[in-house]
Design a protein around this ligand. Structure first.
Ligand code: G3P
Length: 212
């Protein structure tokens, strides 16, 4: 399972990169809006820092305007992936971009049917939002399970990118089910390193060593 950082903050991205686990970055308009400064400069900086795919979302809601934004975005760096909301206009955009050899990430996916359509249109990634489904009382992880089965049934090459990840149990389940990739905030990434027995064990080793 590839691990991406869900952040537009360059310090967080550097911190995650130093751990050696990050193979890409996902941003969204909310994450970029939190950062100070010119968003294009920030995106350029992220793309320099990370060799792998960097998802940046279009803001337009009509396909022609989405395509115009995508044309500008791909000029920023070769590793940009165009994030497109899974609407009718978004599907048209994904299809066009696929035909032009531009990678896409279908976002705001809340059902397996939406993801299957995005895959048919040629999306590189589909991003089901697990945490937001949990928030409304559904089992978000079920969509990952369904998509692994559906994409395997029809040998679809679109990658399942588990998104809206809130805790380490989401991470564990996505890996167990077989998501191709997961995007996580820095706090979830750091949380993955924690285990109380590691802390207790380390304290004991150091205490024993001090007595030597
Ligand atoms: O970037 C998309 C997704 O990961 C957003 O997560 O926590 O805002 O639901 P969240």
């Amino acid at each position: 399972m590839k691990i991406f950082l869900d952040s537009a903050n360059i310090e967080q991205i550097r911190q995650a990169k130093a751990l050696g686990a990050i193979e890409g970055v996902t941003t969204n308009p909310s994450l970029l809006a939190k950062e100070k400064g010119d968003w294009k400069k920030i995106v350029r900086q992220i793309c320099k820092e990370i060799e792998g795919p960097v998802s940046v979302e279009v803001i337009a809601t009509e396909s022609a305007a989405m395509l115009a934004e995508a044309r500008d975005l791909v000029k920023i760096a070769p590793n940009i992936v165009i994030k497109v909301p899974i609407t009718i206009e978004g599907l048209k955009t994904i299809k066009e971009l696929h035909e032009r050899g531009i990678e896409t990430n279908a976002t705001l996916v809340f059902s397996a049917n939406q993801a299957l359509l995005a895959a048919k249109a040629g999306a590189t990634f589909v991003s089901p939002f697990i945490g937001r489904l949990d928030d409304v009382g559904q089992d978000g992880m079920q969509i990952i399970q369904d998509l692994v089965t559906i994409f395997r049934n029809y040998e679809l090459s679109t990658q399942i990118l588990a998104a809206s990840i809130r805790h380490s149990s989401h991470f564990h389940q996505a890996a167990l089910i077989g998501a191709d990739a997961i995007t996580i905030p820095l706090d979830v990434l750091l949380g993955l390193t924690k285990h109380p027995l590691t802390d207790i064990g380390l304290a004991k080793f150091l205490a024993d060593w001090a007595k030597k």
